[in-house]
Design a protein around this ligand. Structure first.
Ligand SMILES: Cc1cc2nc3c(=O)[nH]c(=O)nc-3n(C[C@H](O)[C@H](O)[C@H](O)COP(=O)(O)O)c2cc1C
Ligand SMILES: [Mn+2]
Length: 482
C-alpha cells in the first residue's frame, strides 16, 4: 500500500462515524440498519424457491427502481436465512463505512484515506463466532445453505458472494476476492478465477508446483469488510489489512481447522477448501456482470474439507449482473486508479467508473491539462491500474465525469478520431467481455481504447453571453423561481 499520497481534503470530517456504535459483522450491520434506517430492509417470510424465485423477486424490485436489502427467512430446502441485495444501493455502501451523509466523491475520498492506513489483523485463539458449529469430512454438505439459481440458462446453483481468501505461497500475503462457485457436489465446488484477478496468479503458482491451493470461502460479513477486501490493489497488499482499514478496526482472525489460513472470526460461515491439482470440470454457463452469459470453460475444482459457522448463521448472496454486483466492485476501484494516474499526471481532478459502462468497462477522468499529450498518458496509466477497463475517456476539469451527457458532449466536439484515439488490440481484459476475440470460448483478449477528449491548442473560442451572471431574473419576470 502506497503511503503518504496526497488526497483531496475530506469534506466529511464533521459527519458522524457510526462504525464504533455496534459490532462490525453482518448481524451487527442488519441490527443497525433496522434500528436507524428501517426503510432499507424488507423481510420476506413466505416460502420462496431458490431456483428463480429469489432472483425473480429481486429482479421485479429492480424493475420498480427499488433496491432494498432483502432477508428471505424461508427459502425452500434450507433452514438458514438468506441475506440478499446488500450492495445494490450506494447509500448502504456509505453506511457500510459508517457515514450517514456524503456524495460518491466524499465516499471515495474517505475510502482512499483509510486505505492508506492498513491495519494488521489480530489473531485470536478461541471463541470465534464463526467456529461455533464445525462440520468435517463426510458430513460436509454445502447444499444445506439457500444457494440460488438465478438466470434461465445457468448450469445450476452458484455461491455468488463468497469471498475467497488465499495466500500467496511466495510472500504469505493474504488476497481476497469474490469468485463464483458452482455447486458440483455436496463437497465439491467449481470456481472461475478470471484472468483479471490476483487469485488467478496465486492459484497458478500452486498449480505449477503440483500442490493443492488452500482457499477459505468467507460467506456473510459487514459491507465495510467487503469494500476493504475487494479494493483494487497490487499483490503486495494484504487485503485483510485493507478490510481492517476501511472498518477502522483490526479484523480478528482465527486459524482454520483443516487448512493453513486465518479467517475473519466474526464472519457467518467459512468453507475450508483446497483445489485439486490438475483437475478441471466444465463450469457455467452463468449469467454474468455484462448482462450476458459467461461461457462454459474447464475450470478448477475445490474440495470442501470443513464448514464452520455461527449457530444462527446468515447465508449471504449477490445478484450477479444486477446493481448488487455491479456497484460493489465497480465504485471502489477508482481509489487505486487515482493513485496510478497521478504518477502520469499531477493534476487529476475526478475519476468515475459510470453505470453506463456496467461499472467496469468505461472510465471517465477529468484533468487540469498543463500540456498536450498528457491526456493519453493518463489513459495509459488507467489501463495499467485496472484490467477490466476497455474505454478510458479523458476530459478537461470543467466536465462533470459523473454526468454521461457532459462526457459524450466533450467527445462529440473535441475529438478528432485519427489523432485523439488510440487502440491497443489483443490486451488482457475480462474473459466475460461479450466483445472479446472469442466470447464463446471465454477469451480474455480484448481491444482497449483511449480517448483524449480535452480541448486541444487550436480549439476555437466557446460561445458566451457577457454580463449574464449579473442579471436578476425576478426584476424582469415577477415571481420567477428556478
Ligand atoms: C458479486 C461479485 C461476483 C464476482 N465474481 C467473480 C468471478 O466469478 N471471478 C472473478 O475472477 N472475479 C469475480 N468478481 C470480481 C472480483 O471479486 C474482483 O475483481 C476482486 O477485486 C478480485 O480480487 P483479486 O484481484 O485480489 O483476486 C466478482 C465480484 C463481485 C462483486
Ligand atoms: Mn488482490
Amino acid at each position: 500500500m502506497q503511503k503518504g499520497l496526497s488526497i483531496r481534503p475530506s469534506q466529511i470530517e464533521t459527519m458522524t462515524n457510526q462504525l464504533n456504535s455496534y459490532p462490525l459483522d453482518l448481524h451487527g450491520f442488519i441490527d443497525y440498519l433496522e434500528a436507524e434506517h428501517p426503510e432499507e430492509v424488507i423481510r420476506i417470510t413466505k416460502q420462496v424457491d431458490p431456483k428463480f424465485g429469489v432472483s425473480g423477486i429481486l429482479h421485479r424490485l429492480e424493475k420498480d427502481g427499488q433496491f432494498p436489502l432483502v432477508i428471505f427467512e424461508n427459502v425452500k430446502g434450507s433452514k438458514f436465512p438468506l441475506i440478499a441485495n446488500m450492495h445494490a444501493k450506494f447509500e448502504r455502501l456509505r453506511y457500510g463505512i459508517g457515514l450517514e451523509k456524503g456524495s460518491i466523491s466524499d465516499f471515495l475520498n474517505e475510502c482512499a484515506q483509510r486505505e492508506a492506513r492498513p491495519l494488521q489483523p489480530i489473531k485470536i485463539k478461541d471463541a470465534a463466532p464463526v467456529q461455533e458449529v464445525i462440520t468435517l469430512g463426510e458430513d460436509v454438505n454445502v447444499r444445506k445453505f439457500p444457494i440460488c439459481t438465478y438466470h434461465e440458462k445457468d448450469s445450476g446453483p452458484f455461491i455468488t458472494a463468497g469471498m475467497a481468501l488465499m495466500r500467496d505461497p511466495d510472500t504469505d500475503i493474504n488476497n481476497i476476492g469474490i469468485y463464483r462457485h458452482e455447486v458440483h457436489e455436496n463437497n465439491m465446488l467449481g470456481v472461475q478465477f478470471s484472468e483479471t484477478a490476483d487469485a488467478n496468479v496465486i492459484w497458478k503458482k500452486y498449480e505449477t508446483r503440483g500442490q493443492p491451493c488452500p482457499v477459505a470461502i468467507i460467506i456473510g460479513h459487514h459491507p465495510g469488510f467487503f469494500i476493504g477486501s475487494l479494493a483494487f490493489s497490487s499483490m503486495d497488499t494484504d487485503e485483510l489489512e485493507v478490510a481492517g482499514a476501511i472498518l477502522q478496526e483490526a479484523v480478528p482472525t482465527i486459524r482454520c481447522k483443516t487448512i493453513p489460513l486465518d479467517v475473519p472470526a466474526n464472519a457467518e460461515i467459512i468453507l475450508e477448501c483446497e483445489t485439486i491439482p490438475g483437475e478441471r470440470r466444465k463450469e457455467a454457463p452463468f449469467g454474468e456482470y455484462p448482462g450476458t452469459y459467461g461461457p462454459q470453460r474447464n475450470n478448477p475444482v475445490l474440495e470442501i474439507k470443513a464448514i464452520t459457522r455461527r449457530k444462527n448463521a446468515f447465508y449471504q448472496n449477490a445478484f450477479v449482473g444486477h446493481a448488487d454486483n455491479l456497484l460493489l466492485s465497480g465504485i471502489i476501484r477508482t481509489t487505486y486508479i487515482e493513485r496510478t494516474v497521478k504518477i502520469a499526471c499531477p493534476n487529476v481532478r475526478e475519476i468515475a467508473i459510470p453505470r453506463s459502462g456496467r461499472f467496469r468497462f468505461f472510465c471517465f477522468i477529468s484533468i487540469k491539462k498543463m500540456m498536450e499529450g498528457e491526456a493519453k498518458q493518463v489513459a495509459m496509466a488507467a489501463f495499467v491500474a485496472d484490467p477490466f477497463l476497455k474505454f478510458v475517456i479523458v476530459v478537461d476539469e470543467d466536465v462533470d465525469v459523473y454526468n454521461d451527457t457532459e462526457v459524450l458532449h466533450a467527445i462529440s466536439v473535441r475529438v478528432r478520431a485519427d489523432h485523439d484515439i488510440f487502440m491497443v488490440p489483443y490486451a488482457k481484459g475480462s474473459p466475460l467481455d461479450p466483445a472479446s476475440y472469442d466470447p464463446a470460448g471465454g477469451s480474455h483478449l480484448v481491444t482497449k481504447t483511449g480517448i483524449d477528449a480535452t480541448r486541444k491548442d487550436n480549439y476555437p473560442d466557446e460561445i458566451y453571453v457577457p454580463g449574464n451572471e449579473e442579471i436578476d431574473l425576478t426584476e424582469f419576470i415577477p415571481g420567477y423561481t428556478k
